[in-house]
Design a protein around this ligand. Structure first.
Ligand SMILES: Cc1cc2nc3c(=O)[nH]c(=O)nc-3n(C[C@H](O)[C@H](O)[C@H](O)COP(=O)(O)OP(=O)(O)OC[C@H]3O[C@@H](n4cnc5c(N)ncnc54)[C@H](O)[C@@H]3O)c2cc1C
Length: 410
C-alpha cells in the first residue's frame, strides 16, 4: 500500500516537489497537498508582471487540474492546516477533515513583514504577496492616485513600477542609503535609482517610517524626521518572515524558519521542510531557485536516493521593463578578493565581477544582463577562470573565443 505523504502549502516549492517526486516514485506515496490559497499553485514570481499588466493573472497557473489528477495527487486547497500531532501522525485541516501522514513536508512559504507602527490596519495599507494582494492594489490604487511604497528592495521596486505603469503617482521610501542594498553595490544602486526616477517614481532614501496616518483610511505616511508624504494607498514591501508557527506549535524545531539538515529533515523523523519556510545552515532563502533545488533533493531522498542539499548560490533579476539588473553570489569585494569593473556611463552599462582565488565569486550587472546566467554558472560550478580572466568582463562570446583560440594554439 502507498505511504501517506502530506505537503502543507500549495505554492511554488510544493508544485515543484510534487513534479519531482511523481517523476521518481509515482505510486510509492499517496500524496495529498493542503493549501490555504483557494486556487491551484501559481507562479508567484510573475505577480509583478501581472501587476504591471504584462501577464494575465489567468496565465500564471503552474499546472492544470488534469496534471494533478493524472498523478493521483489529492488537492485540498482553500483550507489551512491548523495543527499537527507528530505522535499520532495526523494533521488538522480547517475544513474539519483531518489527514493522516507517514511523511510530512512543510512548504508553507513566507508572509510579508508588517512593521509595528500605528496605522498599519488602516484600509488602503496593502502587502504584496499573493493574487488577492494584486486585486486589492488594483482596487485601491489607480491612475492619478498617490501611492507610497515602503521598501526599496526587489519587491518594492517591482510594485512601484507596476503602479507607475498604471498611472499612479508613486513614492518609494527606503530605510537604507541605497536601493536594493542586499543585491547591488553602491554604483549599481545609484544607476538603478536614476532609472527608477526616470519613470516618474520618486525615491526617498534614509526614510524611516514613523507612522501611517489617516482617519478612516490611509491619508499619508510620516517619517521619523517629521516629513509627511500624502498617500491614497500604501504598499508595504519591507521583507518576509517564514510561515513556521504551525511547525513550532507541533514541537518541530524553529529558529527564524523551520530548521532542516542537509537531508531537508527537521528534528522530527519523517517531517521535512522546503522553500521559504525552511532554514538550512542558518539561512532562510527568499527566492524560488533554492526552493526548486530543495524540492529536487527531497524528492530524490524520498525516492530512496542519497542526495544532500548543501545550500544555494543566490541570483536576482529585477523585473522592471527597460531596467536590466542582475546580481549573484558574493558581489561585495573584500581584502581577499579582486574586483574587475567595466563601466560605460554613456550607455548606462556597469559590470562588476568579484574574483576569489581564481574563481568567480560574485557579479553585479546593470544595463547589460545578457550574460547573467553564464556568470551564475561559472560561480556555481567553481570553474577556474584564470584563462579567460582578461575577457571575462566583455562577456561570454569574447571569453569563449579566447578559450577556443588557446586550445587551437596548444
Ligand atoms: C511579487 C513577487 C515577486 C517575486 N519575484 C521573484 C523573483 O523574481 N525571483 C525569485 O527567485 N523569487 C521571487 N519571488 C519569491 C518567490 O515567489 C518565492 O521564493 C517562492 O514563491 C517560494 O515558494 P514557497 O513554495 O516556499 O512559498 P509560496 O510560493 O509562498 O507558497 C507557500 C504556500 O503555502 C500556503 N500556506 C501557508 N501556511 C499554510 C497552512 N497552514 N496550510 C496550508 N497552506 C499554507 C500559502 O498560502 C502559500 O500558498 C517573488 C515573490 C513575490 C511575492
Amino acid at each position: 500500500m502507498s505511504e501517506p505523504l502530506v505537503v502543507i502549502g500549495n505554492g511554488m516549492a510544493a508544485a515543484r516537489f510534487a513534479e519531482e517526486l511523481s517523476s521518481r516514485a509515482l505510486g510509492r506515496y499517496a500524496v495529498a497537498v493542503v493549501g490555504a490559497e483557494p486556487r491551484l499553485a501559481y507562479n508567484r514570481v510573475l505577480l509583478s508582471s501581472v501587476l504591471a499588466g504584462e501577464v494575465a493573472s489567468s496565465d500564471i497557473e503552474l499546472k492544470p487540474p488534469g496534471w494533478w489528477r493524472d498523478r493521483g495527487i489529492t488537492l485540498r486547497y482553500g483550507c489551512r492546516a491548523t495543527a499537527i500531532d507528530t505522535r499520532a501522525r495526523t494533521i488538522d485541516v480547517a475544513d474539519g477533515r483531518p489527514l493522516p501522514f507517514s511523511k510530512l513536508v512543510f512548504a508553507t512559504g513566507s508572509q510579508p513583514i508588517r512593521p509595528a507602527i500605528s496605522g498599519m490596519a488602516l484600509p488602503g495599507v496593502i502587502t504584496f504577496r499573493d493574487i488577492n494582494d494584486i486585486w486589492t492594489i488594483w482596487h485601491r490604487a489607480g491612475a492619478g492616485d498617490r501611492v507610497v511604497v515602503i521598501g526599496g528592495g526587489l519587491l518594492g521596486l517591482e510594485a512601484a513600477y507596476g503602479l507607475a505603469k498604471a498611472g499612479a503617482r508613486v513614492t518609494v521610501l527606503h530605510l537604507m542609503d541605497r536601493l536594493m542594498e542586499r543585491q547591488l553595490d553602491a554604483r549599481a544602486a545609484v544607476m538603478l535609482q536614476r532609472a527608477v526616477e526616470a519613470m516618474n517614481i520618486e525615491v526617498i532614501l534614509n526614510a524611516d517610517t514613523a507612522e501611517i496616518g489617516g482617519q478612516h483610511r490611509v491619508e499619508g505616511v510620516t517619517l521619523k524626521d517629521g516629513r509627511t508624504i500624502e498617500a491614497d494607498a500604501v504598499v508595504v514591501a519591507i521583507g518576509i518572515r517564514p510561515n513556521a508557527d504551525l511547525a513550532r506549535d507541533a514541537g518541530v524545531a524553529v529558529k527564524r524558519g523551520i530548521v532542516v539538515d542537509d537531508a531537508l529533515e527537521t528534528n522530527v523523523a519523517g517531517i521535512h521542510a522546503i522553500g521559504e519556510c525552511a532554514e538550512h545552515r542558518g539561512i532562510c532563502y527568499g527566492l524560488v531557485e533554492p526552493a526548486h533545488e530543495q524540492a529536487r533533493v527531497l524528492a530524490d531522498r524520498l525516492a530512496g536516493r542519497n542526495a544532500r542539499y548543501s545550500g544555494s548560490v543566490l541570483a536576482t533579476n529585477l523585473k522592471v521593463s527597460g531596467v536590466s539588473v542582475f546580481s549573484a553570489g558574493d558581489f561585495l569585494a573584500s581584502d581577499d578578493t579582486d574586483e574587475i569593473v567595466l563601466t560605460d556611463p554613456g550607455r548606462g552599462v556597469y559590470k562588476k565581477l568579484v574574483i576569489a582565488q581564481g574563481h568567480l565569486a560574485g557579479v553585479v550587472l546593470f544595463g547589460d544582463t545578457a550574460d547573467g546566467l553564464w556568470y551564475l554558472d561559472l560561480i556555481r560550478s567553481g570553474t577556474d577562470i584564470e584563462t579567460i580572466r582578461d575577457d571575462l568582463a566583455f562577456g561570454r562570446a569574447m571569453a569563449e573565443r579566447t578559450c577556443a583560440a588557446s586550445r587551437l594554439a596548444a
